[in-house]
Write a protein that binds this ligand. Sequence first.
Ligand code: PMP
Length: 394
Amino acid sequence: MHPIYLDNHATTPVDPRVLDAMLPYFGSRFGNAASRSHLQGREAEQAVAEARAVVANELNAQASALLFTSGATESNNLALKGVVQAPWYARSGDHVVSCATEHKSVLDTLKALETKGLRYTILPVDTDGRVSPAHVAAALEPRTLLVSIMHANNEIGTVHPIGAIGRAIKAARPDVLFHVDAAQSFGKLPIDVGAMAIDLLSLSAHKLYGPKGVGALYVRPRSPRVRLACQIHGGGHERGMRSGTLNVPGIVGLAAATRFAHSDPEESTRITALRDRLQDGLCSQLQGVRVNGGADARLAGNLNMCFACVDGAELLLEVPEIALSTGSACTSGSLEPSYVIQALGVAPELAHTAVRFGVGRFTSASDIERCISALVAAVQRIRERSPAWTSRQA
Ligand code: PMP
């Protein structure tokens, strides 16, 4: 029996079509995109220019507004540090607004900036995991520079009303910048940076069947033009905002992944149906379960559930043939229950039982049926040895 991969929020397998698009750039087309003096360099430069146009088009942005990075962690760091540390913004502010369920690459960057004088407000989320546009607008202070809110959450799949949040910020304070971490939504949900009033947007290829180690940051080019303080100094690549020789095969892979994101118009419907079947199968056969995050406005492939009296890490060990996780891969070294699940108002004891399922492009209906049977049996086995569950049933 083949192993079943249901951890598509942590990363996705590279689509074979994406790999095919990348391969020449590891071989004969090996040039440095900054070497304009010869054919190999110009070939690489051309590939990067085409990729930039494809990725920008997905955001309804102009190609020159996009910087290539090593992924969403770097993009988030560059967006936040680039604004907060820019001398040209320092006079107008020293405060950022974000939210409790953001990825660590946002929250830890804010913590690091706090040691250098930044103040920030972390907004709570409701029981579905959402922040409201009105709450965001109400948190703006006279010295707020930037708001950073993710598009879709990596643990509970909750999709924030980004357009409404963007418009609420600009209605209250046109000068405050809006950054969106779209690592989980890029290529899966429609994004229009103009209509959504987004000034900065982070994305990553490996959540979209592309390669690891490549991503991008959209930086609004005008009205207003956002100017970031450079974080990686060097040869002045990427309009001076991010030096370093470009990862040409990775960038070509990001563009191919973006193109193939829409090659099957039924994909999202199919993934949603598989996710719903998984949820129904588990909820109908097990008592003491809870689905985390709202049912509406959730990423197609996402399911996050608590199983009372079943430690999440122990459950994963019971089903070694299935790749699942108890939370974000970026916090999987931690023994603490997920801060995202706790932000929903779930008590730490129950939050310890949370398991994340991520259905993806290569998940089959039989994978889902096998997962349901294996999970139901494993939860029952663990509960049989659990005094807490036995006393709960008595
Ligand atoms: N933000 C979110 C919401 C994510 O899910 C991830 C990946 N776990 C990141 C940022 C970091 O992306 P990368 O792995 O490309 O650095």
